[in-house]
Design a protein around this ligand. Sequence first.
Ligand SMILES: *Cc1c(COP(=O)(O)O)cnc(C)c1O
Length: 446
Amino acid sequence: MTAVHEAAVPVAATTPADLSVWPASTTEPRPGDPAVGGVPLAEIADRFGTPVYVLDEGEVRERCRAYLRAFPEAEVLYAAKAFLCRSMIRWMDEEGLGLDVCSAGELELAVTAGFPPERIVLHGNAKSPHDLETALRLGVGRIVIDGPTEIAPLAAALGPDGRQRVLVRVVPGIGAGAHDKIRTGTEDQKFGLSLSDGHAQHVIARILDQPQLQLTGLHCHLGSQITSVKPYVTAVRRMVGLMARLRDQHGITLPELDLGGGHGIAYRPGEPALDPAVLARRVRAELGAACAAAELPVPRLIIEPGRAIAGPAGVAVYHVLSVKRTGARTFVAVDGGMSDNPRPALYGVRYAPRLVGRPATEPLTPVTVVGRHCEAGDVLAEAELPSDVRPGDLLAVPVAGAYHLSMASAYNLVGRPPVVAVHAGRARLLVRRECLADLSSRDVGV
Ligand SMILES: *Cc1c(COP(=O)(O)O)cnc(C)c1O
């Protein structure tokens, strides 16, 4: 069949749905009624209401295991900012991952949920006194130093007998990532210390002057949603180059190299993703070669995937509230939007929502799926939905597990959706829906 013939025939909505970006457990026992983790999404919508976030526990755990299989020699830290709750913390602990946190809040939640503090790394370009005090009080494993002004306060807070392992965040000068707002490997953004202008070396020299600070290695994080291994391979070469210079200048051999996260995933069928196994192979080869050439021992690798662990395990489910045809466009408005998923508005991310809960029999038609918020930019997706889509229908958005709820807001006092875990045919509530009482309890004025 040629593309011309295909284009001439309206696409029937009854074509088997492309589930390639859905959790691996997804089945469709009855057409139009997909089940994730053995639980039909329509049943979850009935039982917990909408909007609702469904998280496939098996998919989260399998993604952790895939990283450990790909990087058996490395320490794998889950980047908590992608999505965090107590169950997620427990799953990471059980799977043997560490955690990467960037605030006292994430850190305290993890430790009070029972996560071992020594397996936690604290990041941040602007750590508050409270962040540092919490990190020292809870005994965080490592702190990543992001700038020269952090050194003296940290050493002072530790006192003369205190000890803290630290890494230094280096900017390797590599442009990678799906959007300017999530590129962090270049010189023109706020994170880290430049390798090329000598700032990294300068800060490292100052850390080495502080006996309380034990520098264990270098850290870099290139950005997010990177789908090629090449920037990581370049980063390895540059970081090993810096390690060799530090050995020559200071006589130190750093035992750790943290390459951050940013591993890209597919949001829509056909999009590329970064395969951890391929990444591991290429990074391992480059690290071995670069260290051999520099006559350095191979440092222990640390990696920090966030999105690649949580993203594909989540599905957001909404009810359609209104369908409006204006001129050439059809707007399908759902009962959530930019308050639970600000990513399309922030950086133009594109999703592939689909109808669930009833068989789709009409041909697909292009629609704009919008939220319920008071902004014209509250657009969730440009999509193709059956032409009879109507209020009361359910829409599901796959790949909703990372950077949705963790970036959610209380805009319009709609309240943030609950999170429901599914596994082996059972659904259970992990995080309940935010209600007006939650929001109004903070409002203590008259
Ligand atoms: C955000 C972040 C990560 C995780 O990024 P993903 O794109 O979710 O993999 C890892 N490390 C650091 C330092 C980060 O800021």
